[in-house]
Write a new protein. Structure first.
Length: 265
């Protein structure tokens, strides 16, 4: 399927089947499109160990009126000075880009960011949209995940979740190099910031890889074999609805009763 963005750029979208996707949506892969828009991330002092890859898939509604380039940066390890309470195997952080073809510029960028609030678990969803007013501070937002099988931990009705959200005007909060949004790692927990204060060398260059169902199956179902492993809690089945990123901590469901989690991050 050919997709035109701008006046002269055509992309060949390759359709793919996915069980981790609501039925009214479609998933595609196109390495050239994903490469042309892939976020640039500066690591600073928090980039050890190196990110294993930048995984992507492209989602759309049925008529291609809107696209979401769904990126997840993936680490084999998160190491923080807090020790067992903040360090674990595996970590995954989202950056989502939204386009309305044939317009070639993103009108919305969503990323996992840092919060100083304990009730936000030191994470928040940052939503950068053209024309919105900046929120004074992040606030808890109640939503619900998709049910299983679209989201493996969703059960029959989906999980009610509370994630902290803050909105920003895109034109004043994100720098772009061509079509690439620019971020830096803000903390050892791999949360991102678009603030140029944090842009420092070295620039990270993880390989671009496809976020296939086999990868998602591994993240959801295999990364939970010990108390130190961090399962993939993100619901990737429908990023188009606010707040776009839905995170549920599944460790309480996966561990035997009475076993407390080592990590809350």
């Amino acid at each position: 399927m050919l997709l035109q963005l701008g006046k002269a750029k055509d992309y060949d979208l390759q359709p793919e089947e996915s069980k981790y996707l609501l039925e009214h949506l479609k998933v595609f892969f196109c390495d050239s499109l994903a490469s042309d828009y892939a976020p640039i991330v500066y690591g600073g002092p928090f980039d050890e160990p190196k990110a294993e890859g930048l995984y992507y898939r492209i989602l759309s509604d049925l008529n291609l009126a809107e696209l979401c380039l769904q990126y997840y940066m993936y680490w084999m390890e998160q190491l923080c000075l807090g020790g067992a309470s903040a360090s674990h195997r595996y970590d995954y952080e989202p950056i989502l880009l939204f386009l309305k073809p044939p317009q070639e510029h993103c009108y919305k960028v969503v990323n996992g960011g840092f919060s100083a609030r304990l009730d936000c678990r030191f994470h928040k969803t940052e939503i950068h949209t053209v024309g919105v007013t900046r929120d004074e501070e992040e606030a808890p937002y109640i939503s619900r995940t998709s049910p299983s099988p679209f989201y493996p931990f969703g059960g029959e009705q989906g999980q009610e979740i509370v994630n902290c959200v803050k909105q920003y005007p895109l034109e004043a909060s994100i720098y772009f190099l061509d079509h690439h949004p620019v971020f830096a790692l803000r903390q050892c927990s791999h949360v991102f910031s678009g603030d140029a204060t944090y842009f420092r060398q070295p620039r990270m260059n993880p390989p671009l890889r496809r976020l296939t169902d086999s990868i998602l199956h591994e993240w959801y179902h295999e990364h939970r074999k010990s108390d130190r492993e961090e399962p993939f809690g993100h619901d990737v089945s429908n990023p188009f609805e606010f707040p776009h990123v839905r995170y549920f901590d599944p460790k309480g469901l996966l561990r035997p009763a009475g076993v407390a989690p080592l990590s809350q991050m």
